[in-house]
Design a protein around this ligand. Structure first.
Ligand code: 5AD
Ligand code: SF4
Length: 464
């Protein structure tokens, strides 16, 4: 019998990393590891890194510096502490991590976490291990399925990776290099995982992929199924009341997916659809392969299918060569669409991407000032969207206890946090809540016992 050991995983970045960290935990269970949130006592520490943010690698190196001190202290006490670096920084830096941080025992990219048991064994021999191949192994299938209790302990909502990698090559983005070429998991495998989640009590699943609406997994009929087909099939899984997916590319938003938004009540009225810029010249330089007008027309079609849909987006300001007039086109696009929320970024070059070697980099101060202006506009729209909920009755899925006793936190169909006075027994259930008030990042409401037909799910779009 293996002695019980503990693993501490620090997760940076996107939801896919959250999903991957859980899979790493699952892969370590047969080796006698359980997850801990105490860094001080962990026998194994893994940093699951993200390469999207600026200076990501430098931040990882400074964290590794702190871990080295801990590891040395442990060694004096005669205790082991293995250190691993996973995720996109591991993929991008590889061997360089062992060179700069020799106390690291193993470095493995997003395509290798299923080989963790073997990697650990090699790392124990005292030689640093680097595993960053894209080798075509089915990493999703070799990780043991988590036990029911482990699934439920993670909550009533879950992520499920259905697609990974990206072939779009936007000129600012590292993802095609760190996550590799697009692959889609077969429908049968996704379905089996979704059924396992639902049987353990999960009520809402968010399908993940860097380019999730480009999904084209093999269906049971041997043909490639699109995301619309997959959602239709998942909507039949008993207990899965809510389905979401992220992140989508405007070019892959096909008519079938719009029909699914129109027809399936399980598919939530929420869509993250990054546009990045409102200027055609900048969109072209970014290699987005769509124009401003394409995006606006698409938004109109989406809203025709599902009028109340909450749209969110990502924006980059200060892309190389962006003029004030071009930035103003981004502001006007935001005005025209009316977003429920948006993530805004100041461009920063990522080594190895085409845009990093463009001349004409925008001055730091100019970029910062544009970012502030865009954020102010987006915040106004977000507040207007929240305010439009006051007085409405929404279906809320209760997820966890709130900050104060007697409170629960749930999510509206539009992915807003909703705080309600309710008994903890309601966690994992959906109830009708009337919204009374708004806070900067949440809605406040009370439970109602109106009949289900009275639930208002189709308020008008275009709140701003
Ligand atoms: N600079 C700034 N923002 C970036 N993003 C991706 N790469 C960069 C970069 N080099 C932003 C994009 C993307 C989001 C996840 O991160 O807006 O949609
Ligand atoms: Fe990166 Fe998204 Fe563009 Fe792919 S589509 S290159 S993940 S920004």
């Amino acid at each position: 019998m293996t002695a019980q050991k503990s693993v501490y995983i620090k997760t940076y970045g996107c939801q896919m990393n959250v999903y991957d960290s859980d899979r790493m935990t699952d892969a370590l269970v047969p080796l006698g590891y359980r997850e801990t949130d105490s860094l001080d006592t962990a026998d194994l520490v893994i940093l699951n890194t993200c390469h999207i943010r600026e200076k990501a690698a430098e931040k990882v190196y400074s964290e590794l510096g702190r871990l080295r001190v801990m590891k040395e202290e442990r060694a004096l006490e005669g205790r082991e502490m293995l250190v691993g670096v996973a995720g996109c920084v591991a993929q991008a830096e590889g061997q360089e991590i062992l060179r700069r941080a020799p106390s690291v025992d193993m470095v493995f990219g997003p395509q290798s976490y299923h080989r963790l048991p073997e990697i650990m064994e090699r790392a124990r021999l005292g030689v640093g291990v680097v595993e960053t191949d894209f080798d075509g192994d089915d990493k999703f299938e070799v990780v043991p399925a988590p036990a029911r209790q482990a699934i439920r302990a993670r909550g009533v909502t879950a992520f499920l990776t259905v697609q990974e990698g990206c072939d779009k090559f936007c000129t600012f983005c590292v993802v095609p290099y760190t996550r590799g070429a697009e692959i889609s998991r077969p429908v049968g495998k996704v379905l089996a995982e979704a059924e396992r989640l639902a049987a353990a009590g999960v009520r809402e699943v968010t399908l993940l992929g860097q380019n999730v609406n480009g999904y084209h997994g093999e269906g049971p009929d041997g043909r490639p199924w699109g995301l619309g087909d997959l959602l239709r099939r998942l909507a039949e899984v008993p207990g899965l009341d809510r389905l979401r997916y992220t992140t989508s590319h405007p070019r892959d938003m096909d008519a079938d997916l719009l029909a699914v938004h129109r027809d399936l009540p399980q598919v939530m009225p929420y869509l993250h659809l990054p546009v990045q810029s409102g200027s055609d010249r900048i969109l072209d330089a970014m290699n987005r392969r769509h124009t401003r007008d394409d995006y606006l027309k698409l938004v109109a079609r989406i809203r025709a299918a599902r009028p109340d849909i909450a749209l969110t987006s990502d924006f980059i300001v200060g892309f190389p060569g962006e003029t004030e007039a071009e930035f103003a086109e981004t502001l006007s696009l935001v005005e025209e669409v009316g977003f429920a929320a948006a993530y805004t970024f100041k461009y920063s070059p990522r080594p190895g991407t085409p845009a990093a070697s463009l001349g004409d980099q925008v001055d730091e101060a100019v970029g910062s000032e544009r970012l502030l202006r865009l954020q102010a506009l987006v915040n106004r729209q977000q507040q207007a969207f929240s305010a439009s909920m006051v007085g409405r009755t929404l279906e809320v899925l209760f997820e966890k206890p709130g900050r104060y006793p007697g409170q629960l936190i749930g999510r509206s169909p539009y992915l807003q946090s909703v705080v309600v006075a309710a008994d903890a027994a309601r966690i994992g259930t959906i109830a009708r809540v009337t919204i009374e008030d708004i806070r900067p990042n949440s809605l406040m409401g009370h439970l109602v016992d109106a009949p289900a037909e009275a639930v208002d799910v189709a308020g008008a779009g275009g709140w701003s």
